[in-house]
Design a protein around this ligand. Structure first.
Ligand code: AMP
Length: 191
């Protein structure tokens, strides 16, 4: 996997794995947009628009926004000019239904996912980070709920992408710089 262009990557990992940080660093390195659905939803909430009003309470509870809504958000974002040469998806897909929506969106453009990068983190490190990055309105209960939802709905995606031969696993217990180096090595991109 050589050039920077035309790489379409999904980031997988539990809340607190650092996948958002790695997505942003990788995107900068490759000159591709990092598309964070969580960030898009948070902005919609701040803007107080229709989408924001719909997702506000759901996000605050740690639950997932429904797949149909997320499909619309992602389809619209991937249609933007800056996503045509590739992208790093951070926080999407999160359910098997979202995987299927994404496949449909990609197929319509004759695109395909090139790699699913799984940032793997031990439970001890996850707990430590979850507390450190706690957003103002998050309670331990909501953090726990996000993790539970990840295990139930998102973790199965690892097997799915693994079965397709697209899964690249990186040890996320290391420092940010070390994880980035491993991410680039896994993708065969020069550091
Ligand atoms: P994140 O910043 O990725 O942790 O996302 C924050 C919150 O936004 C999640 O806990 C969900 O409520 C919602 N969210 C973000 N991405 C998705 C998605 N792909 N599917 C459903 N809900 C999402």
């Amino acid at each position: 996997m050589a050039g920077a262009a035309d790489l379409r990557i999904v980031m997988l990992g539990p809340p607190g794995s650092g996948k958002g940080t790695q997505a942003a660093l990788l995107a900068e390195k490759l000159g591709l947009p990092a598309i964070s659905t969580g960030e898009m939803l948070r902005q919609a909430v701040l803007a107080g628009n229709e989408l924001g009003r719909k997702v506000d309470a759901i996000m605050a509870s740690g639950a997932l926004v429904d797949d149909a809504t997320m499909g619309e958000v992602v389809e619209e974002r991937l249609a933007a000019e800056d996503a045509r040469q590739g992208f790093i998806l951070d926080g999407y897909p999160r359910t098997m239904a979202q995987v299927e929506s994404l496949e449909r969106i990609l197929e319509a453009e004759s695109w395909a996912i090139d790699a699913a990068l799984a940032i793997e983190v031990s439970e001890a490190v996850l707990t430590e980070r979850a507390l450190a990055r706690q957003r103002a309105d998050d309670t331990a209960e909501v953090i726990g709920e996000r993790y539970r939802v990840y295990e139930e709905k998102t973790a199965p995606l690892l097997d799915y992408y693994g079965g397709r031969g697209l899964l690249l696993r990186v040890d996320g217990d290391q420092s940010i710089e070390e994880v980035t180096a491993d991410v680039l090595a896994a993708l065969s991109v020069e550091a």
